[in-house]
Design a protein around this ligand. Structure first.
Ligand code: G4P
Length: 311
C-alpha cells in the first residue's frame, strides 16, 4: 500500500463554498424561498442525487422543506457507480422508508421506472382525498425534480418530457417562468428543476463532489485533488486493480511510493513530459481526474454505506 502523500493536507484549505454556481447566503435564501413557493403547487418531489455519492450529493434541506410531500429518491448515473455499492445504498434508503431508485437516465426503461414511481406516490398522495370525493375524480400529480448542480435533473426532465432542448436553469432556486409539462394523462412536471446547493458538511464532501464533477475541479488545487483520488483508488482492492489495469501499473511500481509519485508515474505512462524529462503533473492530474469522473477507469462509488460517517 502506498504511503501518504505530500499534498495530504492540501484539501483542508479548499474553498468548498463554490460550485458551478458561486453559492452565497443570498442565493441560498432565494433558493429556499423559490422552492417553498413552488412546493405549494407540488404533490411529489423527486430528489436526484449522484449514485457515486449518495450522501454528499443530496441536500437534506429538501427533506425538511418538503416534509408533507410524497418523495422519491433517484440515484442517477448508476452506469458510473459500483453496482454492489448501489445495491447497498438502495437498501439503506429503503430501511429509512424512502422510495429509492437507481437509474441511468439514458435508459428508457429507467425513465419509465421514475414515471411508475411517480404514479405510485401520486396514488398515495391522493388516497384519502379521492375516497372522500366523487368516484370520477382523476387527480393530476404535480411533480418537482430537485437536486444540486450536475446530478442530471435537466436530463431527466427532458427524457420524461420526451424533448431534446435542455431548458436548464443555472440560477439558484426555481426559475420564475414556470411551465407544466403534461406526461401521460395524470402527471404534470415542472419544466425547470429545483436547484439546491451542494452540502459540504460531511467529511470531505467538497473533495468528493469535485472528484465526481459536481463542483468545478478547477477551483481546487488540481494535483492535490488527483492525489486524493489516487488514494481513494488504493484504499479498495477492487478499485486498485481497475487503477493498475487502466494505467498499466504493477504492484511493485506503486508499493513503496506516495500518491504524488504515483501521479508522476501515471503522467509518465501517458507521455505528459516537459523539457528535461520532467513530468507535467498538472496535465497528468487533469487526465486522471477526467478519466475518474467520466467512469473511464471503472464503475466507482466514493461513499460507502459501511463508512463511519453513515448513520
Ligand atoms: P443538472 O440539470 O442536474 O445540472 O444536470 P444535467 O442534466 O445538465 O446533467 C449533467 C451532466 O450529467 C451532463 O453531462 C449529462 O449528460 C450527464 N448525465 C445525466 N444523467 C446521466 C446518467 O445517468 N449517466 C451519465 N453517465 N451521465 C449523465 P455533460 O457532460 O455536462 O453534458 P453532455 O455531455 O451531456 O452535453
Amino acid at each position: 500500500m502506498a504511503k501518504r502523500n505530500k499534498y495530504e493536507n492540501k484539501g483542508e484549505g479548499i474553498d468548498t463554498s463554490k460550485s458551478n454556481i458561486n453559492w452565497y447566503p443570498g442565493h441560498m435564501v432565494k433558493a429556499i424561498n423559490d422552492i417553498k413557493s413552488v412546493l405549494k403547487l407540488i404533490d411529489i418531489v423527486v430528489q436526484v442525487c449522484d449514485a457515486r455519492l449518495p450522501l454528499s450529493s443530496c441536500n437534506p434541506l429538501i427533506e425538511e422543506l418538503a416534509q408533507d410531500k410524497q418523495k422519491i429518491m433517484v440515484l442517477n448515473k448508476k452506469d458510473l457507480a459500483d453496482d454492489e455499492e448501489t445495491k447497498k445504498w438502495i437498501k439503506y434508503f429503503e430501511a429509512k422508508d424512502m422510495l429509492c431508485l437507481a437509474v441511468d437516465s439514458s435508459q428508457p426503461q429507467d425513465i419509465k421506472k421514475i414515471i411508475d414511481a411517480i404514479i405510485t406516490k401520486g396514488k398515495d398522495a391522493y388516497k384519502t382525498k379521492v375516497e372522500s370525493l366523487s368516484v370520477d375524480f382523476r387527480p393530476i400529480y404535480r411533480v418537482l425534480i430537485a437536486g444540486i448542480p450536475n446530478v442530471g435533473k435537466s436530463t431527466i426532465i427532458n427524457k420524461i418530457a420526451k424533448r431534446n432542448a435542455a431548458e436548464t436553469s443555472n440560477k439558484p432556486g426555481v426559475t420564475v417562468r414556470k411551465q407544466w409539462i403534461r406526461v401521460q394523462d395524470n402527471i404534470e412536471l415542472l419544466d425547470t428543476p429545483g436547484l439546491l446547493w451542494p452540502r459540504l458538511d460531511n467529511n470531505n464532501a467538497g473533495e468528493k463532489l469535485a472528484l465526481t464533477g459536481n463542483i468545478k475541479q478547477e477551483i481546487l488545487e488540481i494535483e492535490g485533488l488527483a492525489c486524493k483520488g489516487i488514494e481513494y483508488m488504493l484504499s479498495n482492492e477492487r478499485y486498485l486493480s481497475m487503477f493498475k489495469e487502466k494505467y498499466k501499473l504493477e504492484d511493485e511500481d506503486i508499493e513503496y511510493i506516495d500518491s504524488y509519485d504515483i501521479l508522476e508515474l501515471v503522467g509518465r505512462k501517458r507521455g505528459c513530459l516537459m523539457s528535461g524529462g520532467h513530468v507535467d503533473t498538472e496535465k497528468a492530474a487533469k487526465i486522471f481526474l477526467d478519466e475518474l469522473k467520466d467512469g473511464k477507469i471503472g464503475k466507482i462509488t466514493l461513499e460507502s454505506v459501511e463508512s463511519e460517517d453513515v448513520k
